[in-house]
Design a protein around this ligand. Structure first.
Ligand SMILES: *Cc1c(COP(=O)(O)O)cnc(C)c1O
Length: 373
């Protein structure tokens, strides 16, 4: 059994994907070929925003946003303490300071009370200027944007939606990657919408930021690519990856439906045995992960070992909080309380999840899991 069975997905879409790859090879327009522009147009329409620009990966997508906003030394950027490293890494790479914020116990997303406390403490300390809130759509569930937006407006901060895991999620029908002033996603193979290598995208309604990010994406280009007006990146999406994503985007809604059915089956079978994921009213998840909680680290670890014994892969996302990462150890970052994050690092376990997971697989996983408890 695979944790995320990308091979099965390829077998299902094989005819179209093979044709798309052959088309790119024979057209030999490997960099910024017509498929890139077409994909950007389709992604913008899918999400419901004015601009989509693809780039080399989800980490660069975050960097492009921070560069467009001119974030740098002396700026505070509020980032969830419970996320993938890249959400905070890009902030430090720009010379700004990540201020870590605790997450909600149940949704795993940024906790707005902790957010407001961190903003007020940052203002009171007087060293840094609050600028941006990075809200991560962890495990496929959009952050609570109605509440995050209220805080952002109160303190006049920008929202950067890190939708690397969130593409396909919704709030009252509105699509993820449309909630930030700028939003980003990743097409890393295991993300909800993945390609066959690295890829990413930024989304915004703002014309000026879109123009800036388009420049930063290709060596800070000005009127043409040999007129360089700012220091940028080389961060394009390959035409080959764009062509693969065009096929996958057409299959995507169907896949989101399947993962939601799989999640429902899991929850029916596991309810009462472990803490199952909670999707708040009005929210929709694209289930990048199906993550349960166990009472303590010993139970979690022995359960993971028992599942492995039964041939069932599982993952701990994430075993370490951001503020405990070695890379941030000597940065003297302001640390506020992270009670939920500290607990979650010891208690979470993600189970196999993908659109091609069979009900019989889920039944097998749940029976072994319940027996092991
Ligand atoms: C995967 C991920 C990223 C980075 O995406 P890459 O394409 O791997 O660079 C950023 N943020 C979060 C939350 C992620 O899960």
């Amino acid at each position: 059994m695979q944790f995320r069975d990308l091979g099965k997905q390829y077998q299902t879409l094989k005819a179209d994907i093979d044709q798309a790859m052959i088309d790119v090879a024979s057209q030999s327009h490997y960099i910024m070929g017509p498929q890139v522009k077409e994909l950007e147009r389709d992604l913008a329409a899918y999400v419901g925003v004015k601009h989509c620009l693809t780039c080399a990966n989800g980490t660069d997508a975050l960097t492009l946003a921070l560069k467009a906003w001119g974030i740098g030394p002396g700026d505070a950027v509020f980032v969830p303490d419970f996320t993938f490293f890249a959400s905070a890494e890009v902030v430090a790479l720009e010379g700004a300071t990540p201020v870590f914020v605790d997450v909600d116990n149940v949704t795993y997303n940024i906790d707005v009370e902790s957010l407001e406390a961190a903003i007020q403490q940052t203002i009171a300390a007087g060293q840094l200027t609050p600028k941006v809130i990075v809200a991560v759509d962890l495990f496929g569930l959009p952050a609570n944007y109605p509440l995050v937006k209220a805080v952002a407006e109160k303190y006049q901060l920008l929202i950067l939606e890190d939708g690397a895991q969130g593409f396909g999620g919704t709030i009252n029908g509105q699509k993820a990657c449309s909630f930030g002033d700028i939003s980003t996603t990743s097409f890393f193979p295991a993300k909800p919408l993945g390609c066959y290598g690295d890829g990413g995208a930024v989304f915004t309604d703002n014309d000026e930021w879109a123009t800036l990010m388009e420049s930063y994406r290709v060596h800070g280009k000005g009127s043409d690519k040999y007129d360089n007006v700012r220091i940028g990146l080389n961060s394009r999406l390959d035409t080959m990856q764009a062509a693969i994503l065009q096929v996958k985007l057409r299959a995507f809604d169907n896949e989101v439906e399947h993962v939601n059915k799989a999640a429902e089956t899991y929850t029916q079978l596991l309810k009462g045995h472990v803490q199952t994921p909670v999707i708040p009213d009005g929210f929709g998840s694209s289930w990048a992960q199906y993550t349960i909680q166990l009472p303590d680290v010993a139970t979690r670890n022995s359960l993971q070992a028992a599942l492995k014994e039964a041939g069932i892969p599982s993952m701990v996302y994430y075993p370490k909080s951001m503020h405990e990462q070695t890379a941030f150890k000597n940065c003297q970052l302001p640390i506020y309380q992270s009670y939920s994050t500290n607990r979650l690092c010891n208690t979470v376990l993600s189970l196999p999840m993908h659109p091609y997971l069979e009900t019989s697989d889920i039944e097998y996983i749940c029976s072994k899991l319940i027996a092991a408890l």
